[in-house]
Design a protein around this ligand. Structure first.
Ligand code: ZN
Length: 264
């Protein structure tokens, strides 16, 4: 029986790729309308392949895909943005890898992928630019990604009674996904106190554009505290979803190495 196929054109960012068979590659890509998709690129590991150069990790490409029964097959590819500056720097490459892993971990095949698609491109363009505050930018990216995929932490109203949180020491519960007021926080288990200054910074990161966030001068300790909270929250959400076990393991080991270095 002849295999029916339909052909479609899409933009895509290459999140992940792995070798397959003799000369093929399986690509995990993120697209503006189909969300996360796995495709096969046939023959791209042959030195004569004209597609190979356009299917680098983190590339923004335009693809023509023939949808076969099992796989979407990449039949044509052109580069839209190759992010050359990003590729010239090892730090930037690892940050781009982190951004793509997060999108891979939280993204799925769905219809409403445009906002996450735009966020992904925005992040890659930022990493390709001369932006100096990359640490803080990645925290901003994590926070906005969490909101886009339905895990926005509640930072404005008490999780239990709903009252607006005041500028006092409140109680953070990552497991519960937000903050309790002092009264409810004492009754709830597994909370940690959070100072009003830190809560204010988290809120600012959550509801502001990157341009507004980068305009505020933050102390390194504050950025570190934000990183610590977001890191623990990301790991908790990913583990609860039972997703990306390898990614969580790598996150943890990168984190442990950081802790060792900063203790020396
Ligand atoms: Zn309360």
């Amino acid at each position: 029986m002849a295999e029916r196929s339909r052909t479609y054109r899409t933009q895509a960012v290459i999140l992940r790729r792995r070798d397959y068979a003799d000369a093929d590659r399986i690509l995990t890509v993120y697209t503006p309308r189909l969300g996360k998709v796995e495709l096969i690129a046939k023959g791209v590991r042959k030195t004569t392949s004209r597609k190979a150069g356009h299917l680098e990790l983190f590339s923004h490409a335009s693809l023509l895909v023939a949808q076969a029964r099992t796989w979407g097959i990449v039949t044509e590819v052109t580069t839209v943005e190759s992010f050359l500056h990003l590729r010239s720097d090892l730090d930037r490459i690892s940050w781009a890898g982190y951004v793509c892993e997060l999108v891979d971990a939280f993204g799925s095949a769905e219809d409403e992928s445009q906002p996450l698609w735009e966020m992904l491109l925005y992040a890659l363009r930022m990493l390709d630019s001369d932006e100096a505050q990359i640490d803080l930018f990645l925290r901003w990216f994590e926070m906005h990604l969490l909101s886009l995929v339905g895990f926005q932490p509640e930072l404005f109203n008490c999780l239990a009674c709903g009252d607006e949180l005041q500028a006092v020491t409140n109680y953070l519960s990552l497991a519960a996904g937000g903050v309790f007021c002092p009264r409810c926080g004492e009754a709830a288990g597994g909370t940690e106190p959070i100072e009003p200054g830190l809560l204010k910074v988290l809120r600012h990161i959550q509801r502001s554009s990157w341009t507004d966030v980068r305009a505020v001068q933050l102390r390194p300790q504050t950025i570190q505290a934000v990183e610590n909270i977001l890191y623990r929250y990301l790991v908790l959400v990913l583990e609860r979803q039972l997703r990306s076990v390898d990614f969580v393991r790598r996150l943890r080991s990168a984190r442990n190495q950081l802790a060792v270095t900063s203790n020396q």
